[in-house]
Write a protein that binds this ligand. Structure first.
Ligand code: SF4
Length: 226
């Protein structure tokens, strides 16, 4: 399978070294283009919706990078976009693990719990960082009407079930976007299974119209070196 016909076609960005994407670990970050939501507060809109505007990274270059750098890293973060929307995600994770022998953390908006479950059961990722966007009734507004309150509840409750059964493999984050009140944050905290805390991330407004990636406020689509 060529990179143009597989999930590798979605690989549109890399950050070779991050100290903040996986708490307590030094990691590299791979960005997979494509998303099932349309959040008006998105900082990485091109990655989410217009990945063709971003350069395709070479699968061979990525593998070479991992071979050379794995010894200096504690893990690999897979983010997006939304990784669970990428066809062939398992193939990408498998190959990254084979080459690097590093643990993998995957970011997700939690709206495809069946994919998270599949990846978890296959041992293809070791940690899932799942966003809780707010109270379920605000999901339509928070996601550009991409998901109903009922669907958000159903999907997140499935993710919380997985987390309760595999507490070592999950943590949850909420970004305090402008439409959320303090009460909303407390409501979202109340959704979590026992023993979990909600990591609160301060919202930084995009510096540009949201139809374009805001690389200053989010992070750049890095060039691959060696
Ligand atoms: S904020 Fe995340 S979930 Fe929302 S559109 Fe952007 S990449 Fe997708």
């Amino acid at each position: 399978m060529t990179e143009h016909s597989s999930g590798w076609n979605h690989l549109r960005g890399i950050e070779p070294l991050s100290l903040c994407d996986w708490p307590g670990r030094t990691c590299c970050v791979f960005f997979l283009g494509g998303c099932n939501l349309h959040c008006p507060t998105c900082h990485n809109f091109d990655m989410a919706w217009n990945m063709e505007r971003l350069p395709l990274l070479s699968r061979n270059d990525i593998k070479s990078f991992l071979r050379n750098r794995a010894q200096w890293l504690d893990g690999v973060t897979i983010t997006g976009g939304e990784p669970t929307t990428v066809p062939g995600l398992g193939e990408i994770l498998y190959e990254i693990k084979q080459v690097s022998e590093l643990p993998i953390k995957m970011d997700s908006n939690g709206m495809k719990p069946e994919i998270i479950e599949d990846i978890l059961q296959q041992g293809l990722a070791d940690m899932f960082a799942v966003d809780v966007k707010g109270p379920y009734e605000k999901y339509p507004a928070l996601t550009g009407q991409a998901v109903t309150a009922e669907a958000a509840r159903k999907n997140m409750e499935k993710v919380f079930e997985l987390a309760a059964a595999n507490p070592q493999a999950f943590y949850f984050r909420l970004t305090t976007v402008p439409i959320l009140t303090d009460e909303d944050v407390e409501t979202a905290k109340g959704y979590l299974p026992d023993g979990f805390d909600l990591t609160i991330q301060n919202y930084i407004p995009p510096r540009r119209e949201h139809a374009h990636a805001d690389y200053e406020a989010r992070r750049p689509v890095g060039d691959l070196v060696d």
